[in-house]
Design a protein around this ligand. Structure first.
Ligand SMILES: Cc1ncc(COP(=O)(O)O)c(C=O)c1O
Length: 427
């Protein structure tokens, strides 16, 4: 167990109500190890993955900037201490109004992927710098981002030429290989695209100053549908990225810096949800098959939005030993989509689980805070708490419901309950 895992487990053990906990020292360590793997790369934290002030601020203190997707994220990053020069507007989808707001806030770097967007940036953020996002196929990622964003290399030339004509600075290219990208080949394909576009741009006399490698670096702690570690080939991925950067840098006509926008990789494994057991039940389904279901207090709509696609390691701290039984794990709402990895093999859980027993959902720090509903079925968003390192000294979270409302919103079960068992019995 590493130092940082210990801090997270201590914070979970310390929680006697549901919450999401982040270990800032763990996030900082992941940031620092990323810089060791990719020396000289500028990190722009993809805020969408964990838009908590404490997280944005601790990364800013390490020198990271922010990849923001809206004026509100830009304003939050500035308030959290990110110098505005280190913030870019990384969303190719933006209205005139949003572009103007970002410009008023001081942002001068904009992602784009169309001439329509370029025209709007020229009008509402005159003189700014634009980088063009290339479309990738998303293959090999748990969440491919292939269709909605990006353009071909040939289009990127047209888009950046239009930017130059409109008085903007065509400054860079970007890619996103898809979130939780599990293959190094996807990175190779991305660098093929980048070098193709860089060569074509140089041919047009357009000299860029950076390449933005986007997100896609994986979390390391997820399980596959069978409960085995997902085990992304992270060393190979970093090796391919280093080689790819060298290839790009060799294309004549540009003087390139490299930027990366990690989200999941920085925060997933250093955040965990403290939930509790609603009920372990046994019943027959419509086909007459007996099945156990473990209903938790947290699910798709209050912290575990991605549970359709990924399995998180579960820890039952008050049941370290004893018989295990297979169960389908689900969240608490009246929506059958609120079920962990539907259709996948059941999870082995302690047979003796009782309502109220704590459950720790590990490696659940990415896209948890940002994807919480505002109280679907009355289940309130989880409060958060950030701790730092082994001592577990706390920086109190300011998340909705922190220390306040009942565990189950204002509806059924308002008034909450206490989780059973003594925290920290086992890990
Ligand atoms: C433009 C952009 N950059 C970075 C990210 C972060 O991706 P990841 O969490 O896979 O690192 C995203 C996520 O959707 C994104 O849209």
């Amino acid at each position: 167990m590493t130092h940082h895992e210990a801090a997270l487990l201590a914070a979970l053990a310390d929680a006697d109500e549901d919450r999401i906990v982040f270990d800032l020292a763990g996030i900082e360590a992941r940031h620092d190890s990323l810089l060791r793997e990719l020396p000289g790369v500028a990190v722009r934290f993809a805020m969408k993955a964990c838009p908590l002030d404490e997280v944005v601020a601790c990364l800013a203190e390490r020198g990271a900037g922010a990849d923001a997707a809206s004026p509100n994220e830009i304003a939050q990053a500035i308030a959290a201490g990110v110098p505005v020069q280190r913030i870019h507007y990384g969303n190719p989808v933006k209205s005139d109004r949003s572009i103007a707001q970002a410009h008023r806030l001081g942002v001068r770097d904009f992602a784009t992927d169309s001439r329509e967007d370029v025209a709007a940036i020229a009008r509402h953020a005159p003189g700014s710098r634009v980088f063009c996002r290339l479309a990738t196929d998303g293959a090999g990622a748990l969440w491919g981002l292939s269709e909605k964003f990006g353009c071909s290399a040939a289009d990127a030339v047209r888009v950046l030429r239009a930017a130059r004509q409109a008085g903007l600075t065509p400054s860079g290219l970007s890619v996103h290989v898809g979130s939780q990208q599990m293959t190094h080949e996807a990175w190779q394909r991305a660098f093929d695209l980048l070098t193709e576009a860089l060569e074509a741009l140089a041919g047009q006399g357009i000299a860029l100053d950076h390449v933005n490698l986007g997100g896609g670096l994986p979390a390391l702690g997820y399980l596959d549908g069978h409960g085995r570690p997902l085990d992304p080939p992270i060393d190979k991925i970093f090796a391919v990225i280093r080689e790819g950067m060298e290839r790009c840098a060799r294309v004549p006509g540009h003087r390139l810096r490299f930027v990366i926008e990690p989200g999941r990789h920085l925060v997933a494994d250093h955040g965990a949800v403290r939930a509790h057991v609603a009920r372990l039940t046994t019943r027959r389904d419509a086909g007459g098959r007996p099945m156990r279901w473990l209903y938790l207090s947290c699910g798709k709509f209050n912290g575990l939005y991605e549970m359709d696609d990924v399995r998180y390691p579960l820890v039952f701290p008050t049941h370290p030993d004893g018989p295990r039984v297979p169960a389908v794990v689900a969240g608490p709402t009246c929506d059958s989509a609120d079920t962990h990895t539907p259709g996948r093999p059941p999870v082995l859980v302690p047979e003796a689980l009782a309502s109220g027993d704590p459950v720790w959902v590990m490696s659940s720090g990415a896209y948890a805070v940002s994807y919480m509903s505002q109280g679907f079925n009355g289940f309130a968003p989880l409060p958060h708490r950030c701790v730092r390192g082994a001592g577990g000294s706390r920086r109190e979270g300011a998340g909705p419901g922190e220390g306040g409302g009942p565990g189950e919103g204002g509806g059924y079960g308002a008034g909450g309950f206490r989780a059973g068992g003594s925290p920290g019995e086992a890990g």
